[in-house]
Design a protein around this ligand. Structure first.
Ligand code: FES
Length: 157
């Protein structure tokens, strides 16, 4: 049993959902932080939707809970306060602008580096917010700051 009262299966990495707070509170603050199974996450409430992701930026560990939310190419992103990387709230993709060097008149286009920040699942039940950690088996860049020696919250087991 985890100290937060939830259970985790270490073999299959299937995580139980963990209650992180009240819906009425996050609707006021529009963001909150939590530790879920020893992993630090940030939960955003933006335009009626909830999004949870690893709290440390995939680039260099910046504190995403202190960033601003802005739209790029119609996609809401958290902008990391350290070096201004843009990460989509819905998918965790890193966005950047590129230009075709063979066409100097072309306008810069928004492009995706792919999924860089691990996204977790948020559910609401009876006014409570729950986060379920992603168990997607791919290696995500933000895992580096959420696990191992760079992890801020050390395992209690
Ligand atoms: Fe986030 Fe560099 S640490 S952009």
């Amino acid at each position: 049993m985890d100290p937060d009262g939830s259970e985790q299966d270490p073999e299959t990495k299937i995580y139980s959902s963990v209650c992180v707070g009240r819906e009425e509170d996050i609707k006021k603050s529009e963001r909150m932080t939590a530790v879920v199974h020893d992993r630090e996450v940030v939960i955003f409430y933006h335009r009626g939707e909830y999004h949870a992701m690893d709290i440390r930026c995939y680039h260099s560990g910046g504190p995403l809970h202190l960033g601003e939310i802005e739209e790029f190419d119609g996609r809401p992103c958290i902008v990391c306060p350290w070096h201004k990387y843009k990460i989509t709230l819905a998918t965790g993709e890193g966005l950047y602008q590129s230009i075709n060097p063979n066409d100097p008149s072309a306008k810069p286009k928004w492009c995706s580096k792919g999924i860089k920040q691990r996204i977790h699942t948020v559910t609401v039940d009876n006014g409570n917010i729950y986060v379920t950690l992603s168990n997607e088996p791919f290696k995500c860049d933000s895992d580096f700051y959420a696990t191992g020696v760079f992890k801020v919250i050390q395992s209690s087991s």
